[in-house]
Structures are given as C-alpha cells and as structure tokens.
Design a protein around this ligand. Structure first.
Ligand SMILES: [Mg+2]
Length: 257
C-alpha cells in the first residue's frame, strides 16, 4: 500500500481480548455494589434485565450512530424491580465503575501487539478508535496495558458521543490524527463497525480475524453486528506479520524492556 501515512486500530478483539468470564464477574461486582447500597436484587434476574436493557439502548442508539452508556441500562434494569434511580445518580456511577473494574483484570494483549506498534511507530502515525461506552474505564485499561504511548491520537466513542460505524466518529478520528481518509489503514475485527464503517468514511479497512482463527476465548459485544465476512474486496489479516506484508514494510527488530 502506497501513500499510507497512518494506521488506526480498533481495541477489542483487534489489539486485546477479554476472556468470557469477565462479563459474569462484571455483573457480580455491579450487583454486589448495588446490594451494598441497600437494593435487594437476585443476581440472575438482574443480569437478564441488565442485558435486555443494554440491547434496547444499543439498538436505539445505533439507529442514530450514537453511543449509549451502562448507567442507562442499570437504571432501566432497576426500574423492573420497582427501584427508581436516575441514570446520573452517583449510586449508579459507583456500580458502573465496579462493573468495568472487571475488565482491567480479564483483558490481555494479543501476542506481539506492543512489538508491532513499536515497529510501525517510526513509519506511521498511529491511532486508536474504540467503541467503548465508559471512557474513564477505557483510559484506565489502556494505561494498565501500557498502550497510550504508542498512539498519536485516541478516540473513545463514549467520550465523543458517536460510535463506529457512524461516519462522524471516523471524521473526528481523522481530524485528531491530522491525516486524510485515504491515507489511513484501519484495522479491526468487526465486519460492520470497523470494516464497512471505515470504508464508508473513506479509510482503507483491514479485517483482522486473528482471534477467531486462533479460537481464542473472547467476548463479542451486545452491540456487534453480523459477524460474517465483510466482503472479498477487503484485505484480511490473521497475524501482525500479515499486516506488515500488507503495508509492504519489514518490521524493524523491536527492542522491548
Ligand atoms: Mg473489536
């Protein structure tokens, strides 16, 4: 690929994986937090109500390209148990923080990711564009994984209000990166949000299937669209070596501490 000045990345199932038990643990932490505030909840019933609320709000927000937030799901789920708590109530805020604290422990970098980023950093501007509803948790997670220093610009959907595949979030990403759309390769695993979203915004999408090709246990978001092949016209990679080959770059020997 010629004339490429920047490489953008999705986060979940592209640079990192989250093991499936993370979501159950997140719900345990959320439920325990609400119980500690005096709200009586049966775990399984609340889990179902929370998921149902998430699906509802994701569907509603997706129709307008907007991002939603866990605080709305919790508030709606609680209302099903006769408990009225506003989405912006600090009690729900504590529940949200407890929920996402699970992600800090169950998220893992895909092998070779830091070496890959280090190799590309000398040749390209690097960026991250993640559909992550709770931006403060995204910041902590990235910090814990040691990723922020690799990126020239980071866009978290929950912070800007729009999410992939909406074009507005890609435009914000490009603005922050200081490059034109056709100068950017965008790597992601979601056929709809990442591949078609990036393509519609004029970027050059690359579909990564590393996680599924290697049968890695992983979580697929409630918000994810159909997981089928986005189309043969889009390049597909299954390793970071595939990405280097696609970019026509030989990786420089990385030296990591
Ligand atoms: Mg992803």
């Amino acid at each position: 690929m010629n004339d490429i000045k920047a490489v953008g990345f999705d986060l979940f199932n592209t640079l990192i994986t989250v093991s499936p038990e993370c979501v159950t643990e997140a719900m345990v932490r959320l439920t325990d937090t609400l119980r500690a505030e005096g709200i009586e909840l049966e775990f399984e019933s609340f889990r179902k109500a929370h998921r149902s609320a998430a699906v509802h709000f994701f569907k509603e927000a997706k129709a307008e390209g907007r991002e939603t937030h866990n605080r709305f799901w919790i508030s709606r789920a609680l209302s099903e148990f006769g408990c009225t708590v506003a989405p912006d109530d600090p009690l729900i805020g504590r529940g949200v923080d407890a929920y996402f604290s699970s992600f800090f422990e169950y998220s893992r970098l895909i092998p070779g990711t830091k070496e890959m980023l280090k190799s590309l950093k000398g040749s390209y501007r690097l960026g991250l564009l993640s559909n992550f509803t709770h931006a403060p948790a995204a910041d902590i997670l990235l910090e814990r994984l040691g990723l922020p220093g690799f990126f020239d610009h980071v866009v978290i959907s929950g912070r800007v209000g729009y999410c992939k595949p909406d074009r507005r979030v890609f435009d914000l990403f490009l603005e922050g990166m200081g490059v034109k759309a056709d100068e950017v390769v965008f790597v992601g695993d979601d056929p709809d949000a990442d591949v078609k979203g990036a393509s519609n915004a004029g970027l050059k999408p690359v579909w990564t299937t590393y996680v599924t090709d290697n049968n890695l246990p992983h979580v697929v978001s409630v918000a994810a669209g159909p997981q089928g092949d986005p189309g043969k016209e889009f390049p597909r990679i299954s390793s970071w070596d595939d990405l280097f080959a696609l970019l026509g770059k030989r990786p420089s020997a990385p030296e990591l501490p």
